[in-house]
Design a protein around this ligand. Structure first.
Ligand code: PRP
Ligand code: URA
Length: 209
């Protein structure tokens, strides 16, 4: 079974509480999601492999560590996942970015895939699939199905708020992947929204509704 971690660094908790507030506007919401994503990016990249490299300091030559060849791709699930991309790119600027378009039917809560555009070598990359919300888990499961169908093997899923129902469904469907969230909330309501959650992440990021 892959890891399941709640990344509850005080700065992450504080910033997440700020954007749960229904009164904060789009600009603040977007900027804060970006900041939280950078903080989470730092944590989720903790086990990136290192290798030895020789470096000549002004004093002497020495052998120190650098990131090994494992290449990274960030895969936002559209739309809301887009809000998490730039924050992680701040730390891993050479990462490629692939996109998976997915929307939830508001009646059935079933996800529908509408767009997939990925780097050609995703089978050789460490993938960070990002989406602020893991609710029923349907969107994440279908997005990861789409990645695996195209050869991806090394996948971490990163979200801001998860419902227990979504974590369970994702672990059952894809037991090999690691799941990171900034918060594990209480439950889903009858409309499939996370309680207490932060509402509709896509609408809050982009100012739609
Ligand atoms: C939201 C969210 C996830 C999905 C989570 O997207 O960003 O992708 O719902 O729900 P699930 O775990 O039950 O599948 P939404 O369908 O609202 O699309 P949007 O990002 O384009 O607004
Ligand atoms: N999608 C969202 O954006 N928010 C939720 O609470 C559930 C699904």
């Amino acid at each position: 079974m892959g890891k399941f971690e709640v990344l509850d660094h005080p700065l992450i908790q504080h910033k997440l509480t700020l954007i749960r507030d229904k009164n904060v506007g789009t600009k603040f919401f977007r900027e804060t999601v970006n900041e939280i994503s950078t903080l989470m990016g730092y944590e989720v990249s903790r086990d990136m492999p290192l290798e030895d490299v020789e470096v000549e300091t002004p004093i002497q030559t020495t052998v120190k560590k650098q990131l090994a060849g494992k290449k990274v791709a960030i895969i936002p699930i559209l739309r809301a996942g887009l809000g998490m991309v730039d924050g992680i790119l701040e730390l891993i600027p050479a990462a490629k970015v692939g996109h998976i378009g997915m929307y939830r039917d508001e009646e059935t809560l079933k996800p529908h895939e509408y767009f997939v555009k990925l780097p050609s070598d995703i089978d050789q990359r460490q993938l960070f699939v990002v989406d602020p919300m893991l609710a029923t888990g349907g969107s994440a499961i279908m997005a990861i199905d789409a990645l695996k169908k195209r050869g991806a093997t090394n996948i971490k899923f990163v979200c801001l708020v998860a419902a227990p129902e979504g974590v369970k469904a994702l672990q059952e469907a894809h037991p090999d992947i690691d799941i990171y969230t900034a918060a594990l909330d209480e439950k889903l309501n009858e409309d499939g929204y996370i309680v207490p959650g932060l509402g509709d992440a896509g609408d809050r990021l982009f100012g739609t509704k």
